[in-house]
Design a protein around this ligand. Structure first.
Ligand SMILES: [Zn+2]
Length: 157
């Protein structure tokens, strides 16, 4: 019984370590906004939420000399400019939720060695497809879904 309790305690400690969620770095406002986007995903798109948590190693707000992209460590860096853009768009949580899913899709493919670096266009299409999928699950307004549809056919990166 004592051994069982000891094992249980260790399991609980480990579970605690792994369930602390995604590491988010940046201003308090940024952290709160990312958390709101994560909550939205958890509630309405649990599979995407799981993908974000499983494949992204972190989210960091960076200065405008940085890039809005996924780095080799599968961390999503977002520039202040990109963040302000989302924040002031009128669709803050939705926009950030799409961004998280977009970058997590890249991260997922990187982790599984499925990404083809010689074909950026295909990789971007796959990531935007995931955004459209999650937009529908999150019951995003049609104008946003249409905008994503256009984005898929535009060379925007
Ligand atoms: Zn991308």
């Amino acid at each position: 019984m004592r051994r069982f309790l000891a094992v249980l305690l260790i399991v609980l400690i480990f579970a605690g370590c792994f369930s602390t969620g995604l590491k988010v770095e940046g201003t308090e406002e940024f952290k709160q906004d990312i958390q709101a986007a994560l909550d939205l995903l958890q509630e309405k798109a649990p599979e995407h939420y799981e993908m974000v948590n499983k494949y992204l190693t972190g989210v960091e707000l960076v200065g405008n000399d940085g890039v809005t992209a996924i780095n080799i460590y599968r961390k999503f860096t977002m520039t202040e400019e990109a963040y302000i853009n989302r924040r002031d768009s009128g669709y803050k949580e939705l926009g950030l939720a799409f961004d998280l899913v977009h970058e997590a899709t890249h991260a997922n493919r990187m982790k599984l060695n499925l990404d083809n670096r010689n074909d950026v266009e295909s990789e971007e299409k796959i990531a935007v497809e995931a955004e459209i999928e999650v937009a529908k699950l999150l019951e995003a307004p049609q104008e946003l879904i249409d905008w994503l549809g256009e984005k898929k056919h535009r060379k925007w990166w």
